[in-house]
Design a protein around this ligand. Structure first.
Ligand code: C5P
Length: 471
């Protein structure tokens, strides 16, 4: 076996090794021995070079235990040193659930709060911790890492890390990556409210925003220090995930070849030629879902009740008025791989539809006799042949939101329910944002408040993930 001496190393590597040896109080030769021993002890899969394969979501796990193919878009999570680092463990899990290939790097200070072992266990790959790691720095590993990812997330982003970034420092792995990367950078700051409000931090943040860095949070609330409250809490993991997904943008081709059926808007149930029963649905959510699916390459048929939003581009739109027309259009649009029932279908229609305008006559108001409309979601979800692989409903509730959605999931035989609170104070009905609780047969996931477009992208990503495991 050929022998290698420290003298044969190139100058840069020698310098790195000298610094590392000095830090550990060892000779350079002893430092090399330590590194080689550690490398030999590592199983292959635990080397940081391996991007952790995405982990299936609970739903995917239920459908099939096979892991997904590695995602094209990789994310690097840099964990900074703050008490919020414990939330980053959940963030790793959430990012993996969404099928993202994930690298993790930890600063020295982060390792005071959580261990590389716990981060590595959740991500199935040892995190990067050291700039002076000859095993990886032989090929300038931090530059490679910085350039190989689509998005770099820093969570928690401490005041110190922010200051280093704003000033272009590169004296440790995290700052060197941040200086070398050309990827999107998303910061999730977390610090004491006084540090966040400090003029130096304000200056640094203004500089970073001007440099094109994206920021999520911090949120207001209680601090880890007892009695302290204010703006400085790290955004919640799901909020960070939503921001990452917005940066990743729907991938064209994600749903290539998938046949998708979406219902949207209200239905109008005529009373006579000029009057009808309706509801406040705007169609914004259903139309956003149809559009997001089409952007991702799905062949989308949108069956829509009367709305004032434009037809989404690239979508086959069938316009209907009543629930019965909607059911018939939906049946004709089958077969489909996925059906999303976002329409607010009127539960009742009048038993008779007067052909003439009902006149005011005498003192008595006319009596309207109502009969129940067909349940479109339930009829399609109960089909024994031609049932789409994934049937997704919505549950607009004003109380016991999740509980009612769970009952609806079972009663209507659908696979997922997106439940939301439509009490007037939420402003969801007709508004631009939505707060979703995703109810599946295996559990409930609470999504943060998002725009209806973000909800649509998130749902499309979930659908793609679920279909990958059933193909
Ligand atoms: O029972 P509820 O109206 O709350 O159920 C809501 C879900 O069922 C939505 O997905 C809606 O599109 C669907 N639905 C339907 N046909 C009906 C009533 C509701 O498809 N007649």
């Amino acid at each position: 076996m050929a022998s290698l001496t420290v003298r044969q190393l190139d100058d840069k590597l020698k310098k790195l090794l000298r610094l590392r040896a000095a830090r550990h109080g060892r000779s350079m030769e002893d430092e090399v021995r330590t590194i080689l021993r550690a490398a030999a002890d590592e199983p292959d899969r635990a080397t940081p070079d391996a991007v952790a394969a995405p982990r299936p979501s609970p739903l995917a796990a239920r459908q099939e235990s096979q892991p997904h193919a590695a995602s094209e878009k990789k994310v690097l999570l840099i964990i900074g040193g703050g008490i919020a680092a414990y939330k980053s463990l959940d963030l790793i899990r959430r990012l993996r659930e969404r099928g993202l290939g994930l690298h993790v790097a930890m600063t020295d200070a982060a390792q005071e709060f959580i261990t590389p072992l716990s981060a590595g266990a959740i991500n199935d790959a040892r995190p990067y911790t050291d700039l002076f790691d000859p095993v990886h720095e032989l090929s300038v590993g931090h530059i490679r890492l910085a350039r190989s990812v689509h998005t770099v997330v820093v969570a928690p982003a401490t005041a110190d890390l922010i200051a280093k970034m704003a000033n272009g420092h590169a004296d440790d792995l995290a700052s060197a990556i941040l200086l070398a990367t050309t990827a999107n950078i998303l910061l999730a700051p977390a610090m004491n409210p006084h540090m966040w409000a400090n003029k130096a931090t304000r200056r640094n943040m203004a500089q970073l925003i001007a440099d094109g860095v994206h920021v999520i949070g911090p949120n207001a609330g209680e601090m880890a220090e007892s009695g302290e409250a204010g703006v400085g809490r790290m955004a919640e993991p799901l909020e960070i995930v939503a921001a990452v997904q917005a940066l990743l943008a729907p991938a064209p081709g994600l749903l290539a070849g998938v046949r998708m059926l979406v219902t949207s808007g209200p239905t109008h149930e005529p009373i006579d030629p000029v009057r009808y029963i309706a509801n406040r649905s705007s169609g914004k959510q259903g139309h956003a879902i149809a559009e997001a699916a089409a952007v991702c390459g799905a062949r989308v048929t949108l069956v829509s009740g009367p709305v004032n939003v434009p037809d989404p581009p690239g979508v086959h739109v069938i316009k209907v008025e009543t629930a019965r027309e909607m059911l018939s259009a939906v049946e004709q649009a089958l077969p489909a791989d996925v059906a999303v029932f976002a329409a607010a279908v009127a539960d009742w229609r009048t038993a008779t539809n007067s052909q003439e305008k009902i006149k005011k006559s005498g003192k008595q108001a006319p009596e309207l006799m109502l009969v129940e409309n067909p349940d479109i979601l339930s009829s399609i979800a109960h089909l024994t042949s031609n049932r789409p692989k994934l049937v997704i409903g919505f549950a607009a509730e004003t109380e016991h939101v999740v509980e009612h959605a769970e009952q609806k999931l079972a009663r209507k035989n659908c696979d997922w329910i997106l439940a939301n609170d439509v009490s007037p104070e939420t402003g969801i009905m007709g508004g631009d944002s939505n707060t979703i609780h995703l109810v599946t047969r295996t559990g409930v996931e609470h999504w943060p408040p998002q725009t209806k477009t973000e909800v649509a992208s998130e749902l499309v990503a979930r659908i793609a993930q679920a279909l990958r495991t059933t193909r």
